[in-house]
Design a protein around this ligand. Sequence first.
Ligand code: 5AD
Ligand code: SF4
Length: 474
Amino acid sequence: MTKKLFIKTWGCQMNVYDSARMADVLAPLGYQPVDEPDGADMVILNTCHIREKAAEKVFSELGRLRQMKDRKAEAEDGRMILAVAGCVAQAEGEEIVARAPFVDMVFGPQTYHTLPEMVAKASRAAGSVLNTDFPAESKFDLLPEEAGAQGVAAFLAVQEGCDKFCTFCVVPYTRGAEFSRPAGQVLAEAKRLVAGGTREITLLGQNVNAWHGDGPDGTTWGLGRLIRELAEIDGLARIRYTTSHPRDMADDLIRAHAEVPQLMPYLHLPVQAGSDRILAAMNRKHSADDYRRLVDRLRTAKPDLAMSGDFIVGFPGESDADFAQTLKLVTDIGYAQAYSFKYSSRPGTPASAEGAQLPEEVKEARLEALRQLLDAQQIAFNHGFVGRSVPVLFDRVGRRDGQLLGRSPWMQSVHAEADARLLGRIVEVRVDAARANSLAGTVVTTETTTSRIMAGGHIAPSPFQPAATLEASA
Ligand code: 5AD
Ligand code: SF4
């Protein structure tokens, strides 16, 4: 008998990947995904602990779900198994069990390959099953193969965990130590994805460019080499990777940006702050100028590389002068897109014990100023494409009838009127209008452009010149 499974996912793309794999593990037990929690036989909240708000949302969601669980029981429609997974479960498992005893299972990101056992235990016993181990065996060795096609643009986890210990961040505690999946396992999963229709793969890891593994040739491979091997897979048109740490940007990976046409010209490379004093307090292990030099090298290798990043404002002790350095760095680099956050004190992290926590108003004002600058850069970047034609991989149907959505090589979301048969194809689209978060265009040719991409035919210069270069040339 089929049972209804509802998974709600917060946070990063790794969580999106994990949710898909949880569904794969549960499929043999008869669980099929549904779009609504009401009436479901199992509800999993796959949670994020990176900032305070993310964790609080879980508890308010649990309140709503408790009512649905009770209604289902009253209607004698069976039991709703309620589960909290992910990083909040890892960090606050005991607290969840205490605060929300109606939750049946609480388990961390390293344990979901044991879901069948946990479900069996939860079905037998009253009370919550708590599993926040870091088991010695790798879940990747024990997970079943993906249950079905994963879509035109798919994620593939190649690395998990982090050993960097930035002083603000919970990831080293919730996801554990850095771990790289073996190259053979990654290549096999990629081939299965492509056989199922996937054209674009985003390699995932908390610190993805720290990936390393033993190649079948007996040498140690880095991410650059892995990308070169993936590029050999017939039918795989686009490769991306996220998220990277500046310290792990190896020479071969930088060269891969110049040499592998399938590697898309977009890089998410968080820097967090522009002041060396704050970078040191964050334990980032690089200076602002190290980052500038690195981006220069990347842009020498790949002149049209679109940069993305993460920023934290209001880190403990951040002065106006420190913050001005962040704005300066953003101006110098010129981002196509970026994420910015107010510092959020996380229990157990070294920065949370710092005395000089900043007032909310200061954080708010700095976030606003940073966002204005980043938004202006993003809009300028997108406007530079109007009138040009870009190769778009259509991967979804749009909200309006007859509309398809896809991405440009530079990660912009592009929508156009297009026949549904163009889903999964790379199509030339002329950009008619640009907004902050998307481009609107018209399909110019329906020819698949993979061969032109292979031939490097699309390596058009970015319309975006970093401000520093503009100043220099002005
Ligand atoms: N407060 C605010 N932002 C944070 N991030 C990580 N930890 C915190 C925190 N305690 C941000 C960083 C990271 C992104 C995923 O989340 O910018 O790169
Ligand atoms: Fe967190 Fe720093 Fe590791 Fe990124 S590199 S996951 S910010 S500790």
